[in-house]
Design a binder for this molecule. Structure first.
Ligand SMILES: Cc1cc2nc3c(=O)[nH]c(=O)nc-3n(C[C@H](O)[C@H](O)[C@H](O)COP(=O)(O)OP(=O)(O)OC[C@H]3O[C@@H](n4cnc5c(N)ncnc54)[C@H](O)[C@@H]3O)c2cc1C
Length: 392
């Protein structure tokens, strides 16, 4: 690895990975060693693991987003609000909506976007839950369709496509909110609250069987219709076609079927599982001044299987990158990424959750407590006790 000099470190994306890396570099680098520029299109850091809560009657903005200037204050970090448009790794420059930023070390941490898998019409006729703005749009649309339904007296038909982590968490919030909307608009329920369609034969594909059964039973008990093992093949204006030939006529179709790395990536990069392949040092192979972190990066577990993106993995990526960027500047040896799985908890509204922590299966209250604890720990890690007291 080269020993870099006169570093201009540019970090793209102030999400889980980019923010953590920025904060850690700031507390580690000595004066004069480097300048750090953090670029994000939003003036806030999104707590994406809380995003589904926007689709609930009890949502508060301060629970979902934290202003970046509260988290990155020091003059040593330049905070730029701009949209990244392209990256040129030959001339070491980033093109943004606010101009060009030259760099010596570049970190790509722009997260992920909804994957549409080339399904006919899906992009045009679905809503997605990938960021705060999209979550607010879904919330407004839900309110609108219930208002329209209140005028006709016919309950709205809502379909969630994809019963993975995000779809199930969204369903949990809607399950909590919809009964109140039925009441407010004096609607009679004549069937399920809403429907979830999923290509796999179970919800939460890849999760422990017992946890899946528990979550499945809970969703059904609360009035969610689960239509499983039937991929969406075509989406149109208020029409949904499935592989089995089944048709649905949703007033609102929300697609949560998967994610892919952000499309802003240098031309020619190697992709696996819809993300950029990186080496064990979190660098893009052949470019030791280009790091790729979080949802944009494809890292693998001990068996060589590419891991689904999550916040914990994004944090490990940031820690490895921080070590290696500082090591480059100081001429020290670099560190390798090592996969660790702490576990995950999926919420099903305010009253239920299922998950796993260090191999221990959890359902109900213990799972909810663990999720709350993770939230508290994360807030403290990015903004200290003061932020935790304000937000938790
Ligand atoms: C609804 C939802 C719920 C989730 N729940 C959980 C959970 O419970 N547990 C868990 O572990 N993981 C969860 N995840 C996944 C987790 O949030 C991600 O894996 C993690 O945030 C990835 O971190 P990142 O830094 O790669 O990207 P992000 O945290 O997504 O950050 C990317 C940043 O880049 C910025 N950006 C994107 N494009 C541009 C551009 N062109 N120009 C400028 N800025 C740009 C964005 O504004 C954002 O700040 C959830 C994700 C979603 C969407």
């Amino acid at each position: 690895m080269n020993c870099l000099t006169g570093e201009r470190i540019v970090i793209l994306g102030a999400g889980v990975a980019g923010l953590r890396l920025t904060q850690k570099l700031h507390s580690t680098l000595r004066s004069g060693e480097a300048t750090v520029t953090l670029i994000d299109e939003n003036p806030y850091h999104q707590l994406l693991y809380k995003l589904h809560e926007v689709c609930n009657k009890e949502y508060h903005e301060k629970d979902i987003v934290v202003p970046l200037d509260r988290l990155v204050k020091n003059n040593d970090v330049k905070l730029i609000q701009a949209t990244v448009e392209s990256v040129d790794v030959e001339s070491n420059q980033v093109q943004t909506s606010e101009g060009v930023f030259p760099y010596d070390v570049l970190v790509l941490a722009l997260g992920s976007h909804t994957a549409f898998f080339n399904i006919d019409g899906i992009k045009e006729h679905s809503m997605t839950l990938g960021n705060y703005d999209q979550a607010k749009e879904i919330r407004e649309r839900i309110k609108e369709i219930f208002e329209e339904a209140g005028k006709t007296g016919t309950p709205p038909n809502v379909v969630i496509g994809g019963a993975g982590f995000t779809g199930v968490e969204l369903a949990g919030e809607m399950m909590d909110w919809f009964p109140a909307l039925y009441k407010e608009h004096e609607l009679e329920r004549n069937g399920s609250l809403f429907t979830m369609v999923e290509a796999y034969s179970s919800i939460l594909p890849g999760w422990n069987e017992g946890l899946v059964k528990n979550a499945h039973a809970y969703l059904e008990k609360r009035g969610v219709e689960l239509h499983l093992g039937d991929p969406v093949t075509k989406v149109g204006e208020r029409i949904l076609e499935l592989k089995s030939g089944a048709m649905m006529e949703p007033d609102l179709f929300i697609w949560t079927g998967g994610v892919e790395g952000d499309p802003v990536c240098p031309p020619g990069v190697q992709i696996r599982a819809r993300r950029i392949i990186v080496n064990d040092h979190m660098e893009y192979e052949g470019h030791d001044n280009l790091y790729v972190l979080g949802d944009m990066a494809c890292t693998v577990n001990k068996e060589g299987k590419s891991m689904p993106p999550n916040a914990h993995i994004a944090m490990i990526h940031a820690d490895v990158a921080k070590h290696n960027i500082v090591a480059s500047i100081r001429g020290n040896s670099s560190r390798k990424y090592k996969f660790q799985h702490m576990g995950e908890v999926v919420t099903l509204g305010k009253s239920h959750a299922v998950g796993e922590l260090l191999g221990i299966k959890l359902t109900g209250l213990p799972a909810r407590i663990v999720k709350k604890f993770i939230h508290l720990w994360y807030l403290i890690s990015i903004g200290g006790i003061k932020l935790a007291l304000d937000v938790f």
